[in-house]
Design a protein around this ligand. Structure first.
Ligand code: SAM
Length: 222
């Protein structure tokens, strides 16, 4: 559901340093910018809860949140500004993740997070899913050799679709759970949407994919 337009959102973003205005400015130098050796990017970061919590938990890494909705991004930026001691290892990018390759160099990202991505249930809209083949082909370019994608969702159809898309794209399924929060995972913050589904006692699905260490062409020919 779309949020109603917030009259202060655009102006807030204009003055918020945490929202990088020229998204391509740091292409290839994000790790220097955020003083880190490991770079995490959440696509569709919403109001930023996951990013803000993770940047405090893991101060050695850099954390970038991408969000295409101006209102939602403004709320994330305001949450950041209101922290008593805002972390320095974080940045927000306003825009559509379709432009990922304009903003990040080949192999620059270590971990991509897809948290509770929009399910787009109608078949004709499946191409907008962040785990559609066209997106995951882009992810392969911007991820480092040992890079990985971590996905969490409440939606079993989206999860099933994603498993097939990654399988067909030649990714290695490294970890999978169909009830991720049944045991505590203190190392991994709960997102805003995740909390909603946990409150409803719904299972959280999670998978982690890595790039194949090698491409077995013989197997593909069979
Ligand atoms: N990750 C957050 C969480 O778990 O609480 C927010 C989940 S919300 C359902 C999905 C968010 O992804 C929305 O805010 C939406 O605007 C954003 N989004 C969807 N497609 C996107 C795209 N192509 N590029 C950037 N953001 C996108």
């Amino acid at each position: 559901m779309r949020m109603r337009k917030l009259p202060w959102a655009e102006e807030y973003i204009r003055q918020a340093d945490i929202v990088i205005k020229e998204q391509s400015k740091y292409k290839g130098t994000w790790k220097q910018k955020l003083s880190c050796t490991k770079l995490h990017v959440e696509i569709g970061c919403g109001k930023g809860d996951y990013l803000l919590r993770m940047s405090e938990k893991d101060t050695e890494s850099g954390w970038i949140g991408i969000e295409k909705d101006t209102n939602v991004m403004a709320i994330a930026a305001r949450k950041y500004d209101r922290q008593p001691q805002p972390s320095q290892n974080i940045a927000f990018l306003l825009g559509d993740a379709q432009a990922l390759q304009e903003w990040f160099e080949v192999g620059e990202i270590d971990v991509l997070h897809l948290n509770f991505s929009d399910p787009w249930p109608k078949k004709r809209a499946h191409k907008k899913r962040l785990s559609h083949a066209s997106f995951i082909a882009m992810y392969r370019q911007v991820l480092s050799e040992n890079g990985e994608i971590q996905m969490k969702t409440d939606n079993s159809s989206l999860f099933e679709f994603s498993l097939l898309q990654f399988q067909e794209g030649g990714w290695y399924l490294h970890d999978i759970s169909v009830d991720y929060r049944r045991i505590s995972h203190d190392e991994d913050a709960v997102t805003e949407y995740e909390q909603r589904f946990m409150d409803l006692q719904q299972p959280i699905y999670r998978a982690v994919w890595k790039k194949f260490p090698y491409i077995n062409t013989d197997k593909k020919k069979r």
